[in-house]
Design a protein around this ligand. Structure first.
Ligand code: BEZ
Length: 223
């Protein structure tokens, strides 16, 4: 590896918001009009996602996936917010083209991030993958505008809508019941109760026959 390679692989001038950070605020033009993120989707969760480019095949399948499953996001009190580094005219043309071809309508705002402002703010522009197109990012943002989960996918691999919905429901269920979610958790499965912090809690746990106990530190319950 020469010095140029090393520079290319380590340089990162973009902000990368992390889990637990408040979502950076911004104003943007979208297919549903102008938004200020701090005023967007009050008291709701937001799933904000980027795609590399309009009128491209993988992106068309992904956006159609968000559109056809929008009612499931609605049921989870969640607004969808798309983004790419394309103009509003390209967005409108693509939305209309997909509607004409397939009947699927992208009925959620898509940010026209032509100046890359939001992409850079959210670390969606990852220059060693592409200098001009956003990677496939997904930000799960709670009603307090805190980032709770982040996914980044490269240009050549589409995301999994089942996993996006599963992760969203897992976050919400974890918050509601103050529990953690095991491998592959899905709605209806048992959840993990937090480990005991005192000997009294440990003894209570050992005597609780309603729990499925693998060991004192790993116990599951129904909710
Ligand atoms: C696609 O969505 O198919 C795509 C977009 C940008 C680069 C590669 C693939």
């Amino acid at each position: 590896m020469n010095t140029t390679d090393l520079t290319e692989k380590t340089e990162n001038n973009n902000a990368m918001p992390r889990i637990g950070d408040f979502a950076p605020d911004f104003e943007a033009v979208t297919t549903k009009g102008k938004i200020k993120f701090s005023d967007f989707a009050k008291d709701k969760w937001v799933v904000m996602f980027s795609h590399p480019a309009d009128f491209t095949p993988v992106c068309t399948t992904e956006m159609s996936g968000f559109a056809t499953r929008k009612s499931e996001f609605d049921a989870l009190n969640t607004e969808l917010l798309g983004l790419s580094i394309d103009s509003i005219h390209a967005h409108l043309g693509w939305v209309q083209n997909v509607r004409e071809n397939t009947g699927v309508y992208f009925d959620f705002p898509i940010i026209a991030d032509i100046d890359m402002k939001v992409s850079k703010l959210y670390g969606m522009l990852q220059p060693n993958e592409s200098e001009t197109a956003a990677v496939r990012a997904v930000f799960f943002i709670d009603p307090k505008k805190k980032i709770r989960l982040v996914m980044y996918y490269p240009l050549n691999v589409g995301r999994n809508m089942n996993e996006i919905l599963r992760a969203l429901e897992a976050l919400q269920t974890s918050d509601k019941y103050k529990v953690a979610m095991p491998l592959d958790w899905k709605k209806g499965d048992k959840v993990i109760v937090g480990p005991p912090k005192t000997l009294d809690e440990l003894n209570d746990r050992l005597n609780d026959d309603s729990l499925e106990k693998v060991d004192w530190y790993l116990a599951k319950k129904n909710i």
